[in-house]
Ligand binder design. Structure first.
Ligand code: KIV
Length: 277
């Protein structure tokens, strides 16, 4: 790994933007790593984006380990971050056990959701030299609906206090999800650790997007997620064309098969008629 925590910190200090993308599989990991993404993130959104779950709360440790191992095989340079799934960090003891399991499967650090109430959990992980990314604002494992946080005085105060508390507890970076741009700017300026925004505006030290959203695999149109491709259309068109070509005998064609030598074929035909053993 070239992009360790010190490297990410130095990017913040040099005002160079940090790039982070979710990743759920080996071929995508190879591409993200080749493109020079700083943080490749095995997110629990694998549940809704890949596994067909209704909610992030259905994702298990086993699911995460399965995808972490696949992504690990494709990452050489990036920092490999993994999400702690729902209920896997309810107490400091459970969190330490599960985070240690992720590290043994190749994660460089773990991310967990929660505001200042997660202080003790982050403290114990940090004391055990586990690098933690905190995650405040909208927390999909906790909040049933997505909305922007930090538009009222009390929420702005709670977000800023939480960010400071979690940094103090030992967090090495923090995701700000759906946080007003003004509050994200204040937090970014106040913290010495990098802030990574999603739907939190341009002042964060870095940005994260969900790969399925930015590739247009996701059907939804999300305000915070720019679609850089429309893979849903491209994939659907390709599937329809394949179906049509198979049904019409266009595929496979001459170019996609290997033919048998005529003499050898003649021997097989003789054998079929019983005149050759
Ligand atoms: O699970 C997820 O996709 C996330 C986002 C913040 C990227 O946690």
């Amino acid at each position: 790994m070239d992009r360790d925590i010190d490297f990410l910190m130095s990017k913040k200090q040099a005002h160079q933007k940090i790039t982070m993308l979710t990743c759920y599989d080996y071929p995508t990991a190879l591409l993200e790593d080749k493109a020079g993404i700083d943080i490749i993130f095995v997110a629990d959104s694998v549940g809704t984006n890949v596994l067909g779950y209704e909610s992030a709360t259905e994702v298990t440790m086993e699911n995460m380990i399965h995808h972490l191992k696949a992504v690990r095989r494709g990452v050489t340079h990036a920092y490999l971050l993994v999400d702690m799934p729902y209920k896997s960090y309810d107490t400091p003891k459970i969190a330490l056990e599960n985070a240690t399991t992720f590290l043994s499967h190749g994660a460089d650090g773990v991310k967990l959701e929660g505001w200042s109430e997660k202080e003790e959990v982050i403290k114990i992980l940090a004391e055990n030299n586990i690098e933690v990314c905190a995650h405040i604002g909208y927390n999909p494992q906790i909040h049933s609906r997505a909305w922007t946080h930090g538009v009222t005085f009390s929420k702005a105060k709670a977000l800023i206090q939480s960010a400071l508390t979690l940094e103090n507890a030992g967090a090495k970076m923090i995701v700000l999800e759906m946080v007003s741009e003004e509050v994200s700017k204040i937090i970014t300026e106040k913290l010495s650790i990098p802030t990574i925004g999603i739907g939190a505006g341009k002042f964060c030290d870095g940005q994260v997007l969900v790969i399925n959203d930015m590739l247009g695999i996701t059907a939804l149109d999300l305000r915070h997620a720019k679609k850089y491709q429309n893979y849903q259309n491209l994939t659907f068109q390709a599937i329809c064309q394949y179906k049509e070509e198979v049904e019409n005998g266009v595929f496979p064609n001459e170019a996609s098969v290997v033919s048998m030598d005529e003499q050898k074929l003649a021997r097989v035909e003789k054998w079929l008629k019983g005149s050759l053993s």
